[in-house]
Write a protein that binds this ligand. Structure first.
Ligand SMILES: Cc1cc2nc3c(=O)[nH]c(=O)nc-3n(C[C@H](O)[C@H](O)[C@H](O)COP(=O)(O)OP(=O)(O)OC[C@H]3O[C@@H](n4cnc5c(N)ncnc54)[C@H](O)[C@@H]3O)c2cc1C
Length: 579
């Protein structure tokens, strides 16, 4: 049954109908020595935040006070994920995420500033830098003496990152002259270390082609910043344009391979998205606390509003969504800490689910606070404004859904192509064809693979997961056979496939985590078991609906409505004057 086509990523395996259970159960156990360190870091942070951080003032003045940034640097919070050998605290991905969660729970601007520095600003150096580069820069980045930024976006190039225009012109002495501009760069006004992406001409197979290269650029090399942007939220974070006018960058500041910059950018973002998702979990926990405090004290119709069914529904759903996002994030960080290298689909799923979870939680918390939630003297409207950015940066949720689906479908697509070859050349492809047929029998007739390690109290939830995985694989294969390469243009299908994967990943994250809690604490973990049951039940309904809608939908109708709107360039209907 060995299938050479089955990938080493958990989510990608689901596209084949396989469930690599040992990757996700038992739920990652957090290293206890580091846990103590993180506890101490967070105790100190909470005290510091309570005394020094005033989120309302940061929002009103659109600035994080220098004292706050300085204090955080002195506490080592700018070097959380930088190895101790270079002066950082050397936390694992899980430890870093847990800290980002806590920052997100206090203030969006602070979380984004520290996150842009570590999750994306100096992440390229950590992942792709050579020893000399690390020795030169990491100690200053860990202490916060240098603040880092990630500079990819340009006026003409947002989601389509490969189309950047900034150029790096190779010089005879091996250096590069960078010319161009970047926009909306977080930490743009305060950073002195930039991970910059630029095009240069590369000779490949006798032909000259433009390829992206990543560079480490210091401000003192000649980078200038535009004025601070006026934003909807995260106002205290610095967001500016950056200008490069023949900025000379020495050859030793190339990050990774010349021409390998796109891979560097994607690698950074795959990793960085988890920091964002963890921050969303922290913000959601703060909002849930606020919502409960309000619901249990506000009286209407002679009762606390918490007693009304529709308020209970909101609180219950916020709890479920937060638990699901948290379970997914720490399942993924645990996978990375265990050395799993392919986590791009999982981290994108965490970013999409985490940011949308927070958006729903902030909206419902504001609704529970109602009129009061709309007033500036209360934190809800600020939290709502701060939360909105998460659906946009580090890959918009639309683009990430396409990414999740297309990346996942690539495996089965390749296998179908190989199978077509195998049928053309039967002897050469014999082994592969047998594997494929056996695999089909397993997934379609025997009902797929089963989970062995989950807690018996979560049997029903495990079965829901087990049953929908082969359905996903079957339907993906059917879709691929029907549409072939055209699938890359079929975004409605991609969205459904991505949403199925996100739901399946949330289900397994919750089953695995609640299993670990039940095994460790027995009846004391019944609260988590309840959350797991409710989450899996609802996710399975969505999966079922999305699978049904792969064949039975209004996609073409909706597309034609959009076309009518484009033709009219407005909403052209009017009840009173058009009848
Ligand atoms: C506050 C803030 C901070 C930022 N910080 C940084 C930073 O530090 N570094 C950095 O490099 N960038 C940063 N950005 C830029 C951010 O990453 C981009 O805004 C984001 O990538 C989207 O690009 P865009 O805004 O140009 O939108 P566009 O790419 O123009 O997209 C517009 C809309 O079209 C959709 N869309 C685009 N392509 C597709 C497609 N193929 N299929 C379906 N839908 C599609 C998008 O989802 C979106 O809804 C920041 C932005 C903001 C607002």
């Amino acid at each position: 049954m060995a299938d050479p086509g089955v990938p080493s990523s958990f989510s990608k395996s689901l596209f084949f109908g396989h469930i690599p259970e040992s990757m996700v159960i038992p739920y990652p156990h957090y290293d206890s020595t580091e846990k103590e360190n993180v506890r101490l870091i967070l105790d100190a942070w909470r005290k510091f935040a309570a005394n020094e951080i005033d989120p309302k003032k940061i929002d009103d003045e659109a600035k994080i006070p220098e004292k706050v940034l300085q204090g955080m640097k002195e506490m080592g919070l700018f070097g959380l994920a930088i190895p101790e050998a270079y002066g950082g605290l050397g936390l694992s991905v899980t430890g870093y995420a847990r800290c980002m969660q806590e920052f997100g729970g206090v203030d969006g601007s602070v979380a984004v500033t520290v996150g842009a520095h570590q999750s994306i600003g100096c992440k390229g150096l950590l992942l792709y830098g050579n020893e000399e580069q690390k020795k030169r820069y990491l100690p200053k980045l860990a202490s916060g003496e240098m603040v880092a930024a990630f500079a990819l976006t340009e006026p003409g190039s947002g989601s389509d990152a490969a189309s950047i225009k900034t150029r790096a012109l190779p010089q005879p002495d091996g250096s590069f002259l960078i010319t161009g501009s970047k926009i909306w760069i977080t930490n743009g006004g305060i950073a002195d270390f930039f991970t910059v992406f630029a095009q240069s001409e590369i000779e490949k197979d006798g032909q000259k082609k433009d390829r992206i290269t990543a560079f480490i650029v210091e401000r003192k090399m000649g980078v200038t910043s535009g004025p601070e942007e006026h934003k909807l939220g995260i106002k205290g974070s610095s967001t500016t344009s950056l200008y490069f006018d023949n900025v000379r960058v020495p050859p030793e500041n190339v990050l990774g391979q010349v021409g390998g910059g796109f891979k560097v950018a994607m690698g950074i973002l795959n990793n960085g998205r988890l920091g964002l998702a963890a921050g969303a979990v922290g913000a959601a926990k703060t909002l849930i606390k606020l919502a409960i405090a309000h619901a249990t004290s506000r009286r209407q119709f002679g009762r606390n509003i918490s007693e009304f069914g529709l308020i209970k529904d909101k609180i219950g759903r916020m709890m479920m969504e937060c638990y699901a996002a948290e379970s997914m994030v720490y399942l993924t960080t645990g996978l990375i800490d265990r050395g799993v290298e392919d986590y791009s689909v999982e981290s994108a799923a965490c970013k999409v689910f985490g940011s949308e979870m927070l958006w729903r939680v902030v909206n419902e918390s504001l609704q529970i606070a109602a009129g009061l939630g709309y007033m500036k003297e209360y934190p809800y409207e600020r939290l709502l404004r701060d939360a909105r950015i998460n659906l946009i940066f580090e890959g918009t949720n639309e683009v990430l859904r396409c990414f999740i689906a297309l990346t996942g479908m690539q495996g089965p697509g390749d296998r179908l192509a190989k199978l077509a070859d195998a049928i053309k050349y039967p002897l050469k492809g014999y082994g592969l064809a047998v594997d494929f047929v056996v695999d089909k029998i397993m997934t379609q007739y025997y009902g797929g693979e089963r989970l062995d390690q989950m807690h018996p109290l979560l049997k029903k939830e495990a079965v829901l997961f087990e049953d929908w995985v082969p359905e996903l694989a079957k339907n993906v294969e059917k879709t691929l056979r029907k549409h072939g390469r055209n699938i890359s243009e079929m975004q409605y299908v991609q969205r459904r496939v991505a949403d199925i994967i996100i739901d399946l990943y949330s289900m397994i994250g919750c089953v695995s985590r609640a299993t670990a809690s039940l095994k460790a604490r027995g009846p004391g973990a019944e609260g988590e078991a309840k959350l797991c049951r409710a989450i899996c039940g609802q996710a399975a309904h969505r999966v079922k609906r999305n699978i049904r809608m792969m064949d039975d939908n209004d996609d073409e109708l909706i597309k034609s409505i959009a076309k009518d709107a484009y033709d009219a360039m407005q909403y052209p209907y009017d009840v009173v004057f058009s009848q």
